[in-house]
Design a protein around this ligand. Structure first.
Ligand code: IMP
Length: 426
């Protein structure tokens, strides 16, 4: 039962999309298990950059099936745009992309509430995509699931009730204008014929595939520190992007998971509000942002940048249970004369080695300095060919996290990927 989980170790944007696209070359299925269009997974295809918000990153491999699994949220407008751009590349998704009927839908009222809350209540720095309010409806048991679209009249009834209630809420609480019921329903009706064939019992697809020893990648969106329970609450998303989320959301047995790979950027970024111990506030933070093109793939917002924080990886390792790492964007550090790594923290109570989300604002990183390799690593084909100081940097990460680095990404394209000798995923 080779199920492989790919998880973000930091605050999302670790480059999971590229790693999944790479690994999916030998996968039967890639299944997303959490989040919605707040994700922005960037992949390169025939010299074109694509950003997936809804569709699993493995879809570019023409033999791989993509699943938007239960536990996810779906914005049909965004899905439509994504399908158009995939099909414009000549990639066929017929019989290759499936949406579980249990996926919850995001409607314009979710986005309106998300934005109002950000503007008028506590600012989390959300993506504004309606994620929190849509998950709220799911857990309040008033949400609308994709499967309901199969019975149009009942669906419209349910939606009308929700719109009436949300409009009341928007007007009374936020003094906002009501949203048009007619527009929402008409737009959905137009898209229905294209959507209905995609709605499938994905649980059966997954369990059948695992049973016959097929290869499944479970694609995590966001990252460990954005987990609703284990992240830097309240500056988190509203789902479980951690390994446990796979089983709870998709209804997959933990026994189906053979391997977990943690993806971490060679430095750290965060978008939105909240504590960030190794953040670089000086000019260097800005140049790292420019060099790494650290602007949100979903919102375009500039990402905050900082040094790699090993306490975070140790914490992510504990939460997710991985012992293998993929390190991304190593090339972004090419020019730096000196590289710092946070290896534990000083606190009022003494030194600690592992990140603690609840006290993140009070953690003072202890830095270890490394000489930079100061040359381009573009075109490197093997681990052993990396400059000595780059290898030392990676070895230090391995030693201090007790994880094996099995993949290194040194650029945007699939070919810019180094795989450790002897590492076979499937
Ligand atoms: P929400 O998921 O839109 O509610 O946003 C909650 C927090 O998670 C905000 O800080 C967002 O910036 C962050 N966030 C959500 N999705 C992603 C992602 O895919 N990458 C990075 N940050 C994200």
């Amino acid at each position: 039962m080779p199920g492989i989980v790919v998880i973000g170790c930091q605050w999302g944007d670790e480059g999971k999309g590229k790693i999944i696209d790479f690994l999916a070359q030998s996968a039967d299925i890639v299944a997303r298990f959490n989040g919605g269009p707040n994700a922005g997974h960037t992949v390169f295809y025939q010299e074109k950059q694509l950003v997936f918000h809804q569709v699993p990153s493995g879809i570019l491999n023409q033999k791989t099936i993509g699943i938007i699994g239960s536990g996810c949220l779906l914005d049909l407008k965004i899905l439509k745009e994504e399908l158009n751009s995939i099909q414009a590349l000549g990639i066929e998704i017929k019989d290759r992309l499936f949406i579980d009927p249990k996926v919850h839908l995001i409607f314009p009222y979710h986005q309106a509430i998300d934005r109002m809350r950000e503007a008028k209540r506590a600012k989390i720095g959300t993506t504004g995509r309606g994620i929190g309010p849509a998950y709220e409806d799911k857990y309040a048991r008033v949400g609308i699931r994709v499967g309901e679209l199969r019975d149009w009249n009942r669906f419209v009834d349910h939606l009308k009730k929700n719109i009436a209630f949300k409009n009341f809420y928007l007007m009374e609480i936020y003094d906002a204008l009501p949203l048009s019921e007619r527009e929402m329903i008409e737009e959905l009706k137009i898209d229905l014929p294209r959507l209905l064939p995609l709605i499938t019992d994905t649980h059966k697809l997954l369990t059948d595939c695992l049973k016959r020893d097929g290869k499944v990648i479970f694609e995590g969106a966001q990252g460990t520190l954005l987990d609703i329970d284990h992240g830097t609450y309240p500056y988190v998303t509203s789902s479980s992007p951690t390994a446990g989320g796979v089983c709870a959301n998709l209804g997959i047995s933990p026994k189906a998971i053979k391997e977990i790979i943690g993806v971490a950027k060679a430095y750290t970024t965060r978008v939105g509000e909240g504590p960030f111990p190794s953040e670089i506030k000086e000019k260097l933070g800005e140049s790292l942002r420019e060099k790494g093109r650290e602007f949100g793939a979903t919102t375009g917002r500039p990402r905050r940048t900082g040094w790699l924080d090993l306490g975070i990886i140790r914490y992510a390792k504990k939460i997710n249970g991985f012992d293998k790492l993929a390190i991304t964007k190593l090339d972004v550090l090419d020019d730096l004369p000196e590289i710092l790594v946070a290896d534990g923290y000083e606190t009022e109570e003494g030194e600690i080695s592992e990140f603690i989300p609840e006290f993140a604002g009070r953690l003072k990183p202890k830095y270890v300095k490394f000489p930079g390799w100061q040359k381009s690593i573009a075109g490197t084909k093997r681990f052993e060919e990396l400059p000595e100081f780059a290898r030392r940097y990676l070895e230090f990460i391995e030693e201090r996290t007790e994880c094996e680095i099995v993949i290194i990404s040194i650029g945007e394209r699939r070919t810019d990927t180094l795989v450790k000798k002897g590492f076979f995923l499937f």
